[in-house]
Design a protein around this ligand. Structure first.
Ligand code: SF4
Ligand code: SF4
Length: 126
């Protein structure tokens, strides 16, 4: 029997709900370093790279120059800017666009949290 999505009387499943990143940070755990679009012959540099203060830019370039990439099939470690004690980005106001675009509570966010064992509140849609 098929389910009619417009049948509001049907029993609906509780929805996982994430309101903020408090105590999480798992999407920063395998980034290696802040993934800016720095510009190439075919792609313009992103605004947040252009606006990055010089001391952060030079520190990041130096870190990347020494960065040991993981072996094939392995993941990068925590982002250079991720504070593992507070679980926060150390330079949140300067983070790249990809970090801004990743929405709290999106499907990938919920999947990452589940994978890393971070509890996610379950809300009933009623
Ligand atoms: S996985 Fe979701 S809740 Fe956790 S830090 Fe990333 S966006 Fe925030
Ligand atoms: S730049 Fe900040 S928000 Fe982006 S991955 Fe690194 S720690 Fe996370």
């Amino acid at each position: 029997m098929s389910v009619n999505p417009r049948n509001h009387n049907a029993k609906r499943s509780p929805l996982p709900q994430v309101d903020d990143c408090q105590g999480c940070g798992v999407c920063c755990m395998h980034m290696g370093y802040p993934p800016y679009i720095e510009g190439s012959p075919t792609q313009a540099a992103e605004k947040y790279w252009i606006d990055l203060p010089e001391h952060l830019r030079s520190e990041l370039v130096e870190y990347r120059n020494e960065y040991q990439h993981p072996k094939q099939g392995e993941l990068d470690g925590p982002c250079f800017w991720f504070d593992q004690t507070t679980k926060l980005c150390k330079n949140h106001e300067y983070r790249p666009s990809v970090c801004r675009d990743f929405q709290v509570g999106c499907n990938d966010c919920i999947d990452w949290r589940k994978h890393f064992g971070i509890k996610t509140r379950v809300a009933n849609p009623e």
